[in-house]
Design a protein around this ligand. Sequence first.
Ligand code: RIB
Length: 287
Amino acid sequence: MTRIVVVGAINEDWVASVRHRPGPGQTVVTDRFSLSPGGKGANQAVAAARAGASVAMIGAVGDDDSGRRQLQALSAYGVDVRGVQKIIGVTTGTAFITVTGDGENSIVVGLGANGFLAPGVPSGLPDPAVVLAQTEVGPDVVNAAATYAAEVGARLVVNNGPVVPLSPATLRSADPIVVNAHEAADILGSPADPAEIAARIRKHTSARSAVVTLGADGAVFSDASGETAVAGVQASQVVDTTGAGDTFVGVLGARLAAGDGVRVAVRAAVAAAAESVSWRGARPPRD
Ligand code: RIB
């Protein structure tokens, strides 16, 4: 099996399904509320493992019940959690999520232990083919992951969501940098036409390649051979879009690690993301 090291956030998701989101000063009630495992990095690790990769996770949890639940949820998919730091006296990251009937989500993340993750990779991990770094753990950790990828000769995939200022060296070695259209607009300073958005991100960041996800419309990527659009795949039903981007990134990383070209990898990632919106929560119901 091809190896991936995923560096990123681990959270517990507190999910409320609501008819509409509360406005300022407003309270809404719901009888549909759940706790589930989440965190963009951890979701990506699970998606990569489900896509057949052997995955090791670098991240942080608190010394609390939530942290123990997150480690268990990752291990249940065979993700190696020896690189997950336990931070004493700090809570595990928590995401507060509302999901409306159209499947759209909005999220507030309490970083908790993710904000205390020390940059660097523990010794003893077998060298990976791909290092997948996700920015909810901050730029220093992602820059250190890029250095590690260069040292072991791994391909670096950077998911700059949420957008943070990464070092020029990290951006230059991203192959690809992956963002959604909102994040792309943040980076570029204004929304861009889907026909040129990936090329503009690649040029702006100097990344080796760039992938921009477009939700139901699929994704576009740009590399040395130009810009290519991959059409969206019709979802069987849209229940919850939470974590669809993470499924995309995890599957993309797994397929690149397995040796697929970018076009094939992006196609597989688009299909997996379309499937993911049919389940509630950021992770699939257990296979
Ligand atoms: O992308 C979805 C994820 O974002 C959730 O699982 C939540 O934890 C936040 O990190």
